[in-house]
Design a protein around this ligand. Structure first.
Ligand code: DX5
Ligand code: ZN
Length: 231
């Protein structure tokens, strides 16, 4: 058994934006644990999505944690805004902050859990010296900016390396750290991603592109269950 129970966090990037509140309620009713909220600024990534007003608007629709993934540069001004808008977790890319340690601290100061997001080519070394301030590591398994891309296979080794890093940290007395994977997560690869050591799974198009959200989520859970009970 892993340290953290598996969490399924559908990305509303692939939801129907004209009916966002309803989509949030439906996906949670269908068995999702968290709402993954992708914030893109057309500067750090070549796409433009949602700001804190949308987060605030969906907040009353669910009690599930809202997992805000900032693909924005800079990040510090947005942190208090998303905290006030009801975010529970806020993650950002280290390349987007001039002072990573300060930005992590700022997230905690505003009462949210904090995490760093690593692009496919970003090395794990950026985590050195800030692990004590991190509640979650988010590994991108696509280049950020768009939903519906294919999982980059080299992410699997990176997940294993990160799992080893977290386990060592915990063994040495450090706090628990979640390991989330984002991009191209589907029913047919979630078992491999789980086996590599992930505990939190973002899935956008796989969930919202399906007719029956509950069916996809329960198939994903069944895959995870098989890996967890393999021997
Ligand atoms: C990509 C976003 C992801 C995206 C995942 O930049 O961070 O959260 O919505 O979408 P899928 O699951 O379709 O790859
Ligand atoms: Zn994301």
């Amino acid at each position: 058994m892993r340290q953290h129970p598996a969490v399924i966090a559908p990305s509303i990037l692939s939801a129907d934006f004209a009916r966002l509140g309803e989509e949030v309620q439906n996906v949670i009713k269908a068995g999702a644990d968290w709402i993954h909220f992708d914030v893109m600024d057309n500067h750090f990534v070549p796409n433009l999505t949602m700001g804190p007003m949308i987060c605030e608007a969906i907040r009353p629709c669910t009690e599930a944690p809202i997992d805000v993934h900032l693909m924005c540069q800079p990040v510090d001004a947005l942190i208090p805004m998303f905290a006030k808008a009801g975010a529970n977790l806020i993650t950002f890319h280290p390349e987007a902050s001039a002072h990573i340690d300060r930005s992590l601290q700022l997230i905690h100061d505003h009462g949210c859990q904090a995490g760093l997001v690593l692009n496919p080519a970003t090395p794990l070394q950026v985590l050195d010296y800030v692990l004590d301030k991190i509640d979650m590591i988010l590994l991108m398994s696509v280049n950020p900016g768009f939903g519906g891309q294919s999982f980059i296979p080299s992410a699997l080794q990176k997940i294993k390396d990160t799992r080893a890093l977290i386990d060592k940290w915990v063994q040495q007395g450090g706090q628990k750290i979640r390991l989330e994977v984002d991009g191209g997560v589907k029913i047919d690869n979630i078992a491999q991603i789980r086996a590599a050591g992930a505990d939190t799974f973002v899935a956008g198009s796989a969930v919202f592109g399906a007719y029956d959200y509950g069916d996809v989520i329960s198939q994903m859970r069944a895959q995870i269950y098989q890996v967890d009970h393999a021997n």
